[in-house]
Ligand binder design. Structure first.
Ligand code: ZN
Length: 156
């Protein structure tokens, strides 16, 4: 019986081999660091975690490996309009995710939005086009923060 972690590792190794990339200790350590991330992470936080596992990993190694992981469909990029990107583990078969961003504490919530997938496909088909990518982001302010100065969800 293989765990989710093992199946992700196997998937990555099979992907690397099939694309003619070498399976390196650095690449596996980066994936290992990602597997310990529960939420969104940046290239910088990933660098710190990966270096704790393998100190030969540089920023350049991270930036070369992230596109491979995206291509392997193991992570996805979350662009919320900042000067850096967030990344997140992506489960196979996961439905479309919309982001709701709290403008008071910058927390990003990932919400299932399968209807968005349907919507994108439907309107594109009507134009005889094929969907390449789509995103939905909602920025919202917190009424609780306005009253108390504390965002109730920052602790979770
Ligand atoms: Zn907030």
């Amino acid at each position: 019986m293989s765990t989710r972690k093992e199946s992700i590792q196997q998937h990555f190794q099979a992907f690397l081999t099939s694309q003619g990339h070498r399976i390196t200790g650095q690449r596996l350590a980066i994936l290992e660091a990602i597997l310990s991330e529960e939420k969104h992470f940046t290239a910088d936080t990933l660098l710190d975690k990966a270096r704790a596992l393998d100190d030969s990993i540089s920023r350049a190694t991270i930036y070369r490996t992230l596109p491979l992981l995206i291509e392997a469909d193991l992570i996805r990029e979350v662009d919320v309009g900042k000067d850096y990107k967030y990344y997140m583990l992506h489960d196979a078969g996961q439905s479309f995710q919309a982001q709701v961003i709290c403008s008071d504490c910058d927390k990003i919530f990932e919400m299932d939005a399968p209807f968005m997938e349907w919507y994108g496909r439907t309107v594109a088909e009507r134009l005889k086009l094929k969907v390449a990518s789509q995103r939905l982001q909602v920025t919202a302010s917190c009424p609780e923060w306005e009253k108390t100065g504390i965002c109730p969800h920052t602790r979770s």
